[in-house]
Write a protein that binds this ligand. Structure first.
Ligand code: B12
Ligand code: SF4
Length: 469
């Protein structure tokens, strides 16, 4: 089949198969924020697998275009379109698929990605999607592209059993930024976003988080798989440093980096010894696990340069943490905050840069009272070593609470606007004006009442901390 496709397209330059990178228009030309410029590992992995199997694909990016006309022109003349669809890129994906069909009436559109697993009904409603792949795609993509006609419309994709079986992503297969951004964008590495010096390498060492927070619930839709071997992670970093570097810092995209103590101990032992440089890195943990393994946490910070620790503290109220099934308590949160504060002060005294938290906080959670929200802001103000990332709760499909609110008709997110902006009003019945006032510092006196003088350390205005990441 592929030969036939190639032949049909022979008079055009490259491949008959196009991968369209999704995201908001213009984000790879004049980005609204740093995270919008990051590359898509699903796309990178699957294109690498295809190319290593001898199936070349072309790449276009919706983020590099600034108009739908441009995107439409880029779709012309292809026989197959591939896309990785997440909920927040669904509106772009189905519009692109429709345009692709207008330009190439006999062309085939293949879509995979998380939205196919969490909202299959919305995906099947789009007639332009010829094949919809749920779940992982590593062991399905080659056959699918070679012989699409042998597959049904909805397919259960097959993944690797372990990330050890993944090839190293060929990052030159990622889309290049628009020429206007090229000077600032260290492609095929990624730009810095305020977390550490650029160029940045984003990578994954693990694929799934086993907890079941009701706003996220990853384990219910991402199949469990073995973690990437420590040596492979370090080898990849060294290779990227040599080939495309020098690397400035690393972002470990794992939903939950601080799990599997055996793996973490090996990382602790090998990363400082084997990496070309002990690059500082951003990676995620949970407060309860920090409390379970405080020594390991401290050693990783001190010895591996884990200097930005992302924790979903989410709330300063136990009631709300229970609503979220976070399985962490406010006491766990304060344990982690105080522990980092102590480590950071000691490191500063030793003349070393202090580590900080990337503090994920949610407001506007159904069932949250004003007192709960005030307690949350009190916790945020208490933290001295923190970059707060605050957003209004968003009921994403795939999460237990998201499904419930969608079923009850209370979600204000629609297939046209599954996202995105942290201050969007996303759930009916939430008093958003109150939250805006809270973030503008209007309740500062009340918040400070629960803090001792030394702890009321930050300004009460947090509107700037509404971050899309
Ligand atoms: C890294 C990451 C980010 C990064 C980078 C995103 C990027 N450019 O790729 C950043 C920090 C920017 C980010 C931001 C956000 N993210 Co995010 N992110 C992730 C994370 C942790 C990893 C994604 C990843 O690389 N996975 C690994 C790759 C290999 O998997 P994959 O892309 O799914 O691809 C596999 C399959 O889907 C399939 N596949 C994919 N495409 C195709 C195509 C075909 C044809 C086939 C056959 C198969 C196939 O095969 C691939 C290999 O198995 C995931 C959670 C997770 N563990 O996946 C959340 C996740 C995707 N993010 C999520 C959310 C909600 C967001 C935000 C909206 C958060 C917010 N409120 O601001 C923002 C939105 C950003 C934006 N641009 O608008 C949700 C999505 C929920 C949903 N229903 O879609 C997730 C699932 C987290 C969660 N559990 O809630 N995110
Ligand atoms: S919110 Fe964090 S801890 Fe909870 S399931 Fe998602 S990734 Fe895991």
């Amino acid at each position: 089949m592929l030969k036939r496709l190639r032949f049909a397209k022979a008079e055009r330059n490259n491949s008959p198969v196009l991968w369209l990178d999704l995201g908001d228009l213009g984000d790879l030309k004049s980005p609204r924020g740093p995270h919008e410029q990051w590359q898509d590992h699903g796309l990178g992995l699957l294109r690498t697998i295809l190319h290593q199997a001898g199936i070349a694909t072309d790449i276009e990016s919706a983020r590099r275009a600034t108009s739908w006309d441009q995107i439409q022109r880029g779709l012309a003349g292809y026989r197959m379109l591939l896309m990785n669809v997440r909920s927040y890129t669904f509106p772009i994906a189905y519009r692109a698929a429709q345009l692709f069909k207008e330009m190439n009436p006999v062309g085939v559109v293949m879509v995979g990605g998380l939205h196919a697993s969490v909202a299959l009904d919305e995906m099947t409603e789009v007639a332009a999607f010829d094949h919809i792949v749920q779940g992982p795609g590593e062991n399905t993509i080659i056959d699918l592209v070679r012989e699409p006609e042998t597959f049904p419309r909805v397919i259960q994709g097959q993944g690797a059993r372990s990330m050890a079986d993944w090839p190293m992503i060929d990052r030159t297969l990622w889309p290049q930024p628009h020429r206007r951004l090229k000077k600032k964008y260290p492609w095929p590495l990624e730009p810095e976003c305020g977390w550490g010096p650029g160029p940045v390498v984003t990578l994954l060492t693990s694929r799934v988080c086993p907890w079941r927070c009701v706003f996220c619930n990853e384990s219910s839709y991402i199949a469990n798989m073995g973690r990437r071997p420590v040596d492979a992670v370090i080898d990849e970093l060294n290779y990227l440093d040599r080939t495309h570097g020098p690397i400035g810092s690393v972002v470990i995209h794992d939903s939950m980096f601080f799990q599997h103590p055996k793996w973490l101990r090996e990382w602790l032992e090998k990363y400082p010894r084997r990496a070309n440089k002990v690059w500082p890195y951003w990676a995620a943990a949970r407060a309860d696990v920090v409390r379970e393994w405080p020594d390991l946490f401290e050693a990783l910070i001190r010895e591996t340069n884990w200097n930005l620790i992302s924790i979903g503290f989410e709330s300063g109220s136990d009631r709300v943490l229970r609503i979220l099934n976070k399985e962490c308590t406010v006491e766990d949160n304060f344990f982690a905050i105080d522990l980092l504060d102590r480590i950071a002060s000691e490191m500063e005294a030793e003349g070393r840069p202090a580590p900080r938290f990337w503090t994920n906080i949610m407001l506007g959670i159904p069932g949250e009272t004003r007192e709960d929200a005030v307690a949350t802001m009190r916790m945020v103000k208490y933290m001295r070593r923190s970059l707060p990332s605050i957003s209004f709760y968003a009921p994403y499909p795939g999460s237990a609470l998201g499904y419930q609110l969608i079923a009850e008709g209370k979600s204000r997110m629609t297939r046209e606007n599954y996202h995105r902006f942290p201050d969007d009003e996303k759930v009916q019945g939430i008093d958003y004006p109150f939250y805006r006032e809270l973030l503008a510092g209007k309740f500062d006196q009340e918040i400070n009442r629960g803090l001792d003088a030394a702890a009321g350390r930050q300004s009460g205005v947090f509107a700037h901390a509404l971050v899309k990441a």
